[in-house]
Design a protein around this ligand. Sequence first.
Ligand code: FES
Ligand code: FES
Length: 159
Amino acid sequence: MMDRISISVTVNGTVHTAEVEPRLLLADFVRETLDLTGTHVGCEHGVCGACTILMNGDSVRSCLTLAVQADGAEVETVESLGDAENLGPLQKAFRDHHALQCGFCTPGMLMTATDMLRKYSLETDDDIRDGLSGNICRCTGYQHIVDAVRAARDERDGR
Ligand code: FES
Ligand code: FES
């Protein structure tokens, strides 16, 4: 068995320390070690974006990131945005604009959009589409997702 490595990762504001195998993916660390199963794993090779989370404020593919790479980092997962009884503004926008069907892509869409909304003005729908272009949805159709992110941008900007 591989030697385990001790890591300490702040996830959604809580510090977690664990002994992990060096090969453990960050996606599996949050889902299986921390039981934060909101993060989804689809393609497992960096294509679909379902596993997107934020690490030190930047969106990353947690299926392409090792848990040991997150040692000392601040990680945010979809659970940080709100829950069923208390949806955050972006989650409400997704609900109100029918921006999901099966919901499989939704955690990654939400975290990518969170990153975009923090960093960019997102003036046009093209800007929003560019930002979301690394996330694949197989069922909703992207227009509703763009509508939801635009609404969240408007709320952010007080429009
Ligand atoms: S599961 Fe990570 S990009 Fe698809
Ligand atoms: S809502 Fe089903 S994959 Fe996007």
